[in-house]
Design a protein around this ligand. Structure first.
Ligand SMILES: [Zn+2]
Length: 51
């Protein structure tokens, strides 16, 4: 089974990182691995849902 992922761009440092798809609409805050900023997926500066 393929593991689905998406890319989120941190609204604070503008760096993109990969996140498990399950967190896309889970209402859980992401933690940016670059600056430790915590934010909801919908607050991303950009979201890339490519496979
Ligand atoms: Zn960041």
């Amino acid at each position: 089974m393929e593991m689905r992922l998406f890319w989120s761009t941190c609204p604070q440092c503008k760096k993109a990182f990969v996140v498990a798809w399950e967190l896309r609409n889970a209402g859980v805050k992401l933690i940016c691995p670059f600056c430790d900023h915590r934010y909801l997926p919908d607050e991303s500066a950009a979201i890339d849902e490519r496979h």
